[in-house]
Design a protein around this ligand. Structure first.
Ligand code: MRU
Length: 386
């Protein structure tokens, strides 16, 4: 099985794996310009909050690198005012590709800051561009390290918590939602990183994951990642979470996040809230694992988080390979998109995310540590972990 990655850069080429085709074919698409990056994010060929932020940053780096190498130079490289106007326009455009994942906004804000700092320092257009390229590549590069750190914090915290509840802290069963692994980040993952950490340290018995309809991030992507990591796992339909909690000993639910409000309310893949309500009913710890860049301190609570509505058609379709597997002339499994609703269906509700209130969350883990609520409180003080 090829090593899983969402983005690769080699020989001056920026490429992403087309996640709409996984797990049946691994096809890389070149991102040649800002519009390609925008379209790939909007159409969910790449998805996952940290991965889309990394791609946006790398697309800006690539765009500036090409401009510096092109002869004649584009006009907007002629002076810093024109450069500023151009880069700000590019960043604002990229930011609109998907509204809920704040990492994208954090990346574009960070690059805007770098741009202004370089201009304030009196650097010329060439130097300003180079500062932006360095910062953009750093946004991508720092992701893997912080994922490993938060996975370790969260994994260690969970083991201690289970021991505190009278368990052994080994042989844990952890359920997750959506896909938060290497495909959703620049590597290792957040909630799936925590599960991987438990597996690597001999503490995991089994990972459980929901299909995560309608895009099927669970059944297509998380299943594939867990297989490639040789982690024992079981898939369930989204409607089976209550049954799982009734009939199996599940020690925790670990999920990622697209935006965490100042009080800890968390937007994540649709279906996360259902799992949190059921986890509370069954007294199972519910853990959110995400980088600091997912925390939006400017939003006081979940009511201020914009929720992306996806096109209705996406909830009416299932995408996959023909079965029994039909191969094309090159030995590649043939893909199909199948309509599962009657033609002309009028009403379709298709929010991409929901908000889990802080009151249902046991711990929020970032690369800086683990936050829990004070006794009797319903909201988090995230100050120590941001
Ligand atoms: O719509 P998606 O697939 O981009 O949604 C992804 C999620 O909800 C993830 O849980 C979140 O982005 C965190 S990924 C580390």
């Amino acid at each position: 099985m090829p090593a899983l990655t969402s983005i690769r850069t080699s020989a001056g080429k920026l490429e992403i794996v087309d996640q709409l085709l996984l797990p049946h074919s691994t096809e890389f698409i070149e991102i040649r310009n800002i519009d390609d990056a925008f379209d790939a994010i909007k159409s969910m060929k790449i998805r996952g909050a940290p991965a889309i932020a990394s791609l946006a940053a790398l697309a800006v780096a690539d765009h500036l690198t090409r401009a510096l190498e092109s002869r004649p130079s584009p006009e907007w490289l002629g002076n810093v005012d024109a450069l500023k106007q151009h880069v700000e326009g590019v960043l604002a455009h990229l930011y609109t590709a998907r509204p809920t994942a704040v990492n994208l906004g954090a990346a574009t804000r960070r690059l805007t800051k770098t741009l202004q700092a370089a201009i304030d320092a009196g650097r010329n257009p060439l130097e300003v561009s180079q500062d932006l390229i360095t910062e953009a590549r750093e946004i991508d590069a720092e992701d893997v390290g912080r994922n490993k750190q938060m996975s370790k914090w969260g994994g260690e915290w969970l083991v201690e918590r289970v021991k505190g509840d009278g368990g052994s802290g080994a042989e844990l069963n952890v359920m997750t939602v959506c896909n938060t692994g290497s495909l959703a980040t620049s590597g290792y993952g957040t909630a799936l990183g925590l599960i991987t950490y438990l597996h690597e340290t001999g503490k995991l018995q089994r990972a459980f994951f929901t299909q995560s309809t309608p895009y099927h991030q669970g059944s297509r992507l998380t299943a594939y990642e867990l297989q490639s990591l040789n982690i024992p796992s079981t898939m369930l339909c989204d409607s089976m979470v209550g049954s799982l909690f009734q009939h199996h000993n599940i020690h925790a639910i670990a999920v990622g996040a697209d935006r965490i409000a100042r009080n800890g309310d968390t937007a994540n893949k649709i279906g996360t809230y259902n799992a949190a309500v059921l986890a509370a009913r069954h007294n199972i710890p519910f853990i959110v694992v995400a980088p600091v860049s997912t925390v939006d301190l400017e939003v006081a609570d979940g009511s201020g988080i914009p929720i992306e509505q996806r096109p209705p058609i996406e909830a009416c379709l299932v995408r996959g390979a023909l079965h029994p597997f039909a191969l094309d002339g090159n030995g590649v499994k043939q893909q199909a998109t199948v309509m599962v609703t009657p033609e002309g269906l009028e009403g379709v509700y298709n929010p991409s995310f929901d908000v889990t209130p802080a009151s249902l969350i046991t711990a929020i883990v970032t690369e800086k540590g683990v936050a829990v609520k004070k006794d009797g409180e319903d909201v988090f003080d995230l100050t120590p972990v941001v």
